[in-house]
Write a protein that binds this ligand. Structure first.
Ligand SMILES: Cc1cc2nc3c(=O)[nH]c(=O)nc-3n(C[C@H](O)[C@H](O)[C@H](O)COP(=O)(O)OP(=O)(O)OC[C@H]3O[C@@H](n4cnc5c(N)ncnc54)[C@H](O)[C@@H]3O)c2cc1C
Length: 388
């Protein structure tokens, strides 16, 4: 096997399902000023920016807030500090270890990356906002009416933060494998590790990568494929086995790798529903937060009558579209890197180890959705930016 075992694995325990079911799911027919569909990174970031406006904000999700983890929960640490979410932090990494069949490189990062606890982070983010929350499954939308399994909700301002399915889109949705989506699957064995590691190795996946993210009491081990037709269960289990960790507590989903319209038919699309996940790295948490804050700020301007609704929609759509260039470059890299011969790739990765190059490359990468943006909003104006 090409992968090096970096960290010893030790066992630990886990949470239970909370979502109300059956008779507890009462009818939900109502009006509100702002309806945010989806209570994960994007939806909660939108809600946060509406705090203090006195607006009637309703957030709905099919699960309780933080109940269903949607990722490996790795993020540049400064995003946690800028949003006062350090309470969710689990482990911080100064280095990225990349394994290929012909080499292993340790990249010293100019900023740190951290893993966090999903439930705690969602709880902390929700605590920063004022909204009513209901569990409901969103089935679709007609105009300004959103249809759920508990009834219909009407709102002049609607946000789709429901993830890759883009449930509230006007037309028929493109489904995998035809949609521009990657697929990712990970297991969450209890245990510990010291390094944030990735594997670029065709024996796991022809185009994509494997990862191991230690997070306090568990290690998140997974494989992502840029080609949606390529299944990742077997390679995920193989990588876990090679790291001598049991393949338990599976978590997987489709991951968008192309920007989509962030405004359609009067609806704000945020996070994965707008393709805001970065191609190549599949990093979609900080971008969901970033675009969520941006959408929330425009909604705030609309509900406080500083801007009209069409102006807010237009500005948010333009803001999202203004990021097309870095997303396009990253998609090009995603398509090109798997085609590079493994020995050449190993040599290139070694050549890129210089401190100067890493500072430049990772600095540009962070700029795509920089944590300073979190400090720029109405609620955070007094905070200074420190990127560690
Ligand atoms: C295996 C895997 C590992 C990943 N690891 C990382 C990582 O370490 N770092 C990183 O930056 N990115 C990672 N990503 C990508 C990241 O998870 C997403 O980009 C990010 O979660 C997008 O946030 P979001 O709020 O837009 O959507 P999501 O986090 O997917 O949230 C969507 C919300 O909508 C709810 N919902 C969905 N459909 C409905 C419905 N019909 N009715 C009601 N509610 C609904 C869901 O319950 C959920 O709460 C990973 C992805 C995968 C698949």
């Amino acid at each position: 096997m090409s992968a090096l075992r970096r960290a010893p694995y030790h066992p630990l325990p886990m949470p239970t399902r909370a979502t109300t079911r059956g008779d507890e799911r009462t009818r939900l027919d109502r009006d509100c000023d702002v309806l945010i569909c989806g209570a994960s990174f994007a939806g909660l970031a939108v809600a946060r920016e509406l705090t203090g406006t006195g607006t009637n904000v309703l957030v709905i999700d099919r699960y309780e807030i933080g109940e269903r983890q949607t990722s490996a929960c790795g993020i540049p640490t400064a995003w946690l500090t800028q949003l006062d979410l350090q309470g969710a932090l689990q482990q911080t990494f100064n280095e990225l270890v990349i394994h290929t069949p012909y080499t292993t490189v340790d990249y010293r990062l100019p900023w740190t990356f951290s893993t966090f606890d999903y439930r705690t982070l969602c709880g902390l983010l929700a605590d920063q906002a004022t909204f009513t929350f209901e569990t409901a499954k969103v089935n679709g939308r007609v105009g300004h009416t959103v249809r759920t399994d508990r009834g219909e909700i009407r709102a002049p301002l609607i946000v789709d933060a429901l993830g890759w399915r883009r449930v509230l889109a006007a037309g028929a949705n493109i489904q995998p494998p035809d949609a521009l989506l990657s697929r990712g699957l990970e297991v969450h064995p209890h245990g510990s590790g010291t390094d944030m590691e990735i594997w670029i190795d065709r024996s796991y996946v022809p185009a994509g990568y494997g990862w191991s993210f230690p997070a306090g009491g568990e290690v998140r081990i997974g494989v992502g494929s840029f080609d949606p037709r390529f299944h990742v269960r077997e390679p995920t289990e193989r990588l876990a086995a090679e790291l001598q960790a049991p393949a338990v507590r599976y978590q997987g989903n489709w991951i968008p790798h192309a920007l989509r319209e962030a405004v359609e038919d009067g609806v704000f699309f945020v996070g994965d529903s707008a393709g805001h996940c970065l191609p190549l790295t599949a990093e979609g948490i900080r971008t969901a937060l970033y675009f969520g804050l941006a959408a929330g700020r425009e909604l705030r301007a609309a509900v406080t009558k500083q801007r009209t609704v069409p102006e807010a929609l237009g500005r948010y759509g333009a803001f999202s579209a203004s990021h097309a260039t870095p997303f396009r470059w990253m998609l090009r890299a995603q398509r090109m890197i798997p085609r590079v011969a493994p020995r050449l790739l190993a040599g290139s990765l070694r050549a890129m180890q210089s401190r100067r190059f890493l500072d430049w490359a990772f600095g540009h990468y962070l700029e795509i959705a920089h944590p300073r943006f979190a400090a720029a909003g109405p609620r955070r104006a007094r905070l200074s930016v420190t990127v560690s």
